[in-house]
Design a protein around this ligand. Structure first.
Ligand code: GLN
Length: 490
């Protein structure tokens, strides 16, 4: 049996039927990590207890104490979620030796569902970036072409799947960090509605935008994973207190009537690569064949979304990152000024503990919030955010889901944009809107370029409309839009 050909829920069924054990599957993926990760660099640490935990899960399943759609399935978790058994580094020097004292709610739910953590995955430092090149562990390489970026900031989680080093993974998405690496690595990635998954134990970047999301090859596996991690949590004050939908049960329901909105501003954008545009057109045709009605819609403030995001996110980040002072957590460097030992220790710890992109955001955010400037920048960005949310609201009066590109281009080369922050930020053009409006978004593989690089499309939905997105994605995959594949890492 080739485990790589099975979906995560198929793996779980075989474990339940005792055709496979969690230990066998876990050992299989650990071995793939051992063989391939020196080239891909998707992991920051491995779980030394994984096999013992798999044994315990096998025992519970056999004793009838544990069941569930993903029981026994191993997975990889972005190194931004707190796990006391492994370090939680956020890809930063600041937290390189940090081990969290508690477990993030999303991770706890995963453990309770009988899933086994293989390891933690690489990311842009503090989730700031779009290429996983700002990690203190070095860049993650795209399994489809090792000279290219895997996307970011959850690049490790996406690359782990593309290289067949895990069947499921978890990421976080503040402005596109699940959807964009999913697109670059040829896997499915879901960012749920803001508040659908608890942020407790998710290291904060921009709290009004951050959301935990998941990756899988099959949309049906995304549904099963969301089922596990979603839900109200009284330890996260922005968690939504609404019942969790049965996402898996509705996957095969009739889609019709279905109105799909094509976003004019996204498709007319000059930055859009012709191959990506063609992938959207192909998906549109496939949806039409499935009986959907295609309607052109407008999101008129699209071009303001990147500027608004790059004010709001750094403002929140500058506050969230003030906790890293060399006193409370992580890295400490004693300063050289003896008459002011505390101040100089804080300055030295922050100067050496943070990388260039993180410092850029802290400075941008501190400036935009400063006396005399906050009206001109921060408050104005909040007003733009409101307009963007209203654009979506108006679009969803006409259609059920929106279809467009996830990223302007297929994956680019490592080093190509990391020295040019503005170019890097413009790569977020199609993803940040959903975060500013708090809406769910799903990136779905939609073919390959001639050079063998993944192409993707993005579906966006109404607030709490994950079930519809998953259903559309599932039926597109079932209709053969793109057959899930694992890259052959040479
Ligand atoms: N690329 C965006 C940024 O750099 C989004 C990151 C994210 O979603 N965490 O902020």
């Amino acid at each position: 049996m080739n485990i790589l050909e099975l979906s995560a829920t198929e793996i779980a069924s075989k474990i339940a039927a005792r055709e496979l054990s969690s230990r066998e599957v876990t050992a299989f993926f650990l071995e793939r990590i051992d063989t391939l990760d020196s080239k891909v660099v998707a992991f920051t640490s491995r779980n030394a207890q994984a096999l013992q935990q798999a044994d315990e899960v096998d025992r519970k399943i056999q004793a009838g104490e544990l069941s569930g759609a993903l029981a026994g399935v191993p997975l990889a978790i972005k190194d931004v979620l707190c796990t006391p058994e492994m370090p939680t580094t956020c890809g930063s020097q600041m937290l390189k030796n940090f081990t969290a004292p508690y477990t993030a709610t999303a991770v706890q739910k995963i453990l309770d569902a009988g899933m086994v953590v293989l390891g933690k995955t690489n990311m842009d430092e503090f989730a700031m970036g779009g290429s996983t090149e700002t990690s203190v562990f070095g860049p993650t390489h795209n399994p489809w072409d090792l000279n290219r970026t895997a996307g970011g900031s959850s690049g490790g989680s996406a690359a782990a799947l593309a290289a067949g080093m895990a069947p499921i993974s978890i990421g976080s998405d503040t402005g596109g960090s699940v959807r964009q690496p999913a697109a670059f690595c040829g896997v499915c990635g879901l960012k749920p509605t803001y508040g659908r998954v608890s942020r407790f134990g998710l290291v904060a970047f921009a709290s009004s935008l951050d959301q935990v999301g998941c990756f899988a090859h099959h949309s049906s596996d995304l549904a099963a994973t969301l089922q596990v991690i979603a839900g109200f949590d009284n330890r996260d004050s922005t968690s939504v207190n609404a019942e969790v939908f049965d996402y898996s049960a509705s996957l095969g329901d009739s889609l019709l009537p279905l109105k799909v909105g094509i976003i004019r501003e996204h498709l007319e954008n000059e930055a859009l690569d012709p191959d990506v545009r063609a992938a959207v057109a192909k998906t549109q045709d496939c949806l039409r064949e499935l009986g959907a009605e295609i309607i052109e819609v407008e999101l008129p403030h699209t071009n303001y979304s990147v500027p608004a995001y790059y004010v709001v996110a750094p403002c929140e980040a500058s506050g969230n990152l003030s906790r890293y002072d060399g006193v409370h957590y992580g890295f400490r460097q004693l300063g050289e000024t003896e008459d002011q030992p505390l101040e100089s220790m804080i300055a030295a710890s922050r100067s050496e503990g943070f990388g260039a992109e993180v410092k850029r955001r802290i400075m941008l955010g501190t400036f935009a919030l400063s006396e005399g400037y906050s009206d001109a920048y921060y408050k104005k960005a909040l007003r733009v955010r409101r307009l963007i949310a209203r654009d979506y609201q108006q679009a969803f009066e006409k259609v059920d889901v929106l279809l467009g590109p996830t990223t302007p281009t297929p994956p680019y080369e490592l080093g190509e944009k990391v020295g040019d922050p503005v170019q890097m930020y413009l790569g977020d053009l199609f993803t940040v809107g959903a975060n500013l409006a708090g809406l769910p978004g799903l990136s779905l593989p939609a073919g390959m370029t001639e050079a063998g690089l993944p192409l993707a499309v993005q579906l966006q939905g109404r607030s709490m409309g994950e079930a519809k997105l998953l259903q559309v994605a599932h039926q597109l995959q079932r209709a053969g839009l793109f057959v899930p594949q694992v890259a052959c890492v040479a």
